[in-house]
Design a protein around this ligand. Structure first.
Ligand code: TYD
Ligand code: MG
Length: 457
């Protein structure tokens, strides 16, 4: 007979305690403990914790062999790139994202594209008919894709042993439960136990498992942090739902770099890979309008040209308004203070609105120079040449600071046919102008940039 016992779990970090606590000793948050009844039973897969499952033997590291070709391709260049070249056998991956962002669509589309291997797609959220309706929208072949609507791990492993898939997808971990634990699906102990069962399954059979996980309101993966420790790879799918583009990022990857990102566009018939993000993010500009500037940013390791738009107008109310979409409001306040001090920009008398085109969020400091240029362009109502772009960070004294990966940025701007790029003079020194058609303009301080920018136009 199984032993039933109740434990208290911290909602934030998954810390387990036998009594209720007001403050979590692990993460320091207050009032986060919930009681869950846990019945300890034989786990669904393997022999359970602490017991030897397989005879293991220490080996010299030089005698351990593996081959890179073992990686399974997803037939989607953007997805493969984020994974570091494909799916590693026996790995457990977690794909997180807000509801409705397209996680199910991405994974269903991926498994439908894998025709050379058997794949099992388990959904705890949708029926087989609903999955089929989605598959018809995406309309990819899906020769070897099995689907099943199931929520109990014990039965999932039964399906696995009858289908013998080479890839298992679980949509989503919050809807799955194991019979060994009494608490409801989505509770911390359930998520932790189910994840551990899938991990055990992946490691023992070599079949990779992709889990979908939801994201809570504050942007963290729902469920305890421990889940992120168990899995090999944490991917995040993000984007603004009002816009079509989506970014797939890797937050943790035991088998590859976390610097890579994949870009997709949500269309009526599923997700389309965007291999050329800059062309996608730059809005078509026919005429020169004041208040826009193009910044050359780097997301992960990929350079992207992004348009920044600013609107500066006289403040109607006593307190001027500041608003920024896709840019940190505190950083905007700092840049405005620099402009006031260095360029005679009368902060208190102006409302400033800033918008990063495409609904994208930029955290690369190299966008600073494009932000200040767009604000000043709108302030003096003089357009910046549309073939001009910027990459530089602002220092508090008004100096233009160098940025990382400057060669990549210049090469991308050059490739897209830009004629002039403004950089920090320290960056400009390191670049060989003769390799590019684009004119490289190095500037030391922000005043110098404005003289060059507006005097020349
Ligand atoms: P979904 O994959 O269900 O999101 P998640 O699993 O992350 O909750 O995506 C749902 C959204 O995607 C929905 O708003 C409709 C849209 N969508 C398309 O625009 N085109 C398509 O081909 C599909 C399948 C979905
Ligand atoms: Mg879904």
């Amino acid at each position: 007979m199984a032993k039933a016992k109740s434990y208290f779990f911290c909602r934030e970090c998954g810390y387990q305690s036998s009594s209720w606590l007001g403050k979590c000793p692990e993460c320091g948050k207050w009032n986060t403990f919930d009681e869950e009844v846990v019945k300890i039973d034989k786990p669904a897969f393997g022999q359970g914790r602490g017991q030897a499952r397989q005879a293991s033997e220490p080996k010299l590291i030089k005698h351990v062999t593996y081959s890179e070709t073992q990686r399974m391709t997803t037939h989607c260049a953007e997805f493969d790139r984020v994974l570091g070249g494909g799916i590693v056998p026996g790995s457990l991956m977690l794909l997180g994202g807000e509801p409705g962002i397209g996680k199910s669509t991405l994974l269903l589309q991926t498994v439908l594209a894998i025709t050379d291997r058997k794949v099992l797609y388990v959904s705890g959220e949708e029926s087989e008919q609903q999955i089929k309706m989605r598959a018809d929208r995406i309309s990819t072949a899906g020769e070897n894709c099995y689907v099943v609507s199931e929520t109990v791990t014990q039965r999932i492993f039964e399906h696995v042993s009858s289908v013998q898939p080479e890839l298992l997808v679980i949509d989503s971990i919050q809807t799955i439960c194991t019979e060994t634990i009494d608490s409801s699906a989505g509770s911390i102990s359930q998520i932790r136990e189910c994840t551990t069962e899938f991990q055990r399954f992946a490691k023992e059979t070599g079949v990779p498992v992709l889990l979908i996980g939801h994201i809570t309101k504050d942007g963290t993966l729902a469920g305890p942090k421990v889940m992120e420790h168990i899995v090999d790879c944490v991917l995040q799918f993000e984007g603004d739902r009002n816009y079509g583009y989506r970014i797939l990022r890797s937050l943790k990857n035991r088998f590859g770099s976390t610097a890579e990102i994949g870009i997709f566009e949500m269309q009526g018939s599923g997700l389309r890979e965007v291999s050329n993000p800059s062309e996608f993010l730059l809005s078509r500009r026919e005429e020169n309008l004041s208040g826009t500037a193009v910044g050359v940013t780097v997301e992960g390791v990929r350079p992207m040209l992004i348009e920044v738009q600013a609107l500066v107008s006289s403040a109607v109310y006593g307190t001027p308004q500041r608003n920024a979409n896709g840019f940190d409001l505190r950083r905007l306040a700092m840049l405005l203070a620099i402009l006031e001090k260095r360029c005679g920009f009368k902060l208190a008398a102006k409302d400033v609105f800033l918008n990063i085109a495409g609904g994208i969020k930029v955290s690369d400091p190299a966008i600073d120079l494009a932000v200040v240029s767009s604000i000043l362009s709108s302030n003096v109502d003089m357009p910046i040449n549309a073939r001009c772009c910027f990459a530089g960070e602002m220092g508090l004294t008004g100096e233009v600071r160098p940025v990382a990966r400057v060669e990549h940025r210049v090469a991308e701007a050059d490739r897209l046919g830009f004629e002039r790029i403004f950089l920090s003079k320290y960056n400009a020194k390191t670049i060989d102008q003769s390799k590019y058609n684009i004119e490289i303009v190095g500037v030391g301080v922000v005043e110098e940039m404005f003289r060059k920018l507006f005097a020349g136009s």
